[in-house]
Design a protein around this ligand. Structure first.
Ligand code: THU
Length: 143
């Protein structure tokens, strides 16, 4: 998929979506790990929803940027997603963790996932390639 490729009829520009993730990262609250993450979710309706990681002094309560973006999108009535870009800052690998992959697959198993490798090259994979044979219950919504 090249920049300007179409995903579900939406114009998908990976570099622009990554810029949105980098902007989202500025809001991160990560005083314990120092690892600030931003995510930008492109919905099927064309909306952009930002998320950032939010840590807590009770460490297990911390939430990743990707799940934060999913919660926000669902709260505003969006459950169908075309792509997500993730940024952990220059020179840092930022593909979604396993828990976030599972949460994303609830809504969008064919989602494009976009991030940069350590040298800054843009990588993109279908969620299904990052989480093959994901758990699905009979009631799981497929978007
Ligand atoms: N983190 C994310 O926000 N997304 C991921 O996919 C992996 C990890 C956050 C969680 C925690 O606040 C920090 O990065 C260090 O693990």
């Amino acid at each position: 998929m090249s920049a300007g490729a179409r995903a579900r009829g939406l114009r998908l520009d990976p570099a622009a979506l990554l810029r949105e993730a980098e902007a989202a990262r500025r809001a991160a609250h990560a005083p314990y790990s120092g690892f600030r993450v931003g995510a930008a979710l492109l919905t099927a309706s064309g909306a952009l929803v930002r998320g950032c990681n939010v840590e807590n002094s009770s460490l297990g309560l911390s939430i990743c940027a990707e799940r934060n973006a999913v919660w926000s999108a669902v709260a505003r009535g969006e459950q169908s997603f075309a792509a997500i870009a993730v940024s952990a800052g220059r020179g840092r690998w930022a593909s979604p963790c396993g828990a976030c992959r599972q949460v994303l697959s609830e809504f969008a198993p064919r989602l494009w996932v976009i991030w940069r490798d350590r040298s800054g090259r843009i990588l993109r994979r279908r969620l299904g390639a990052l989480l093959p044979e994901a758990f699905v219950s009979r009631r799981t919504r497929r978007g």
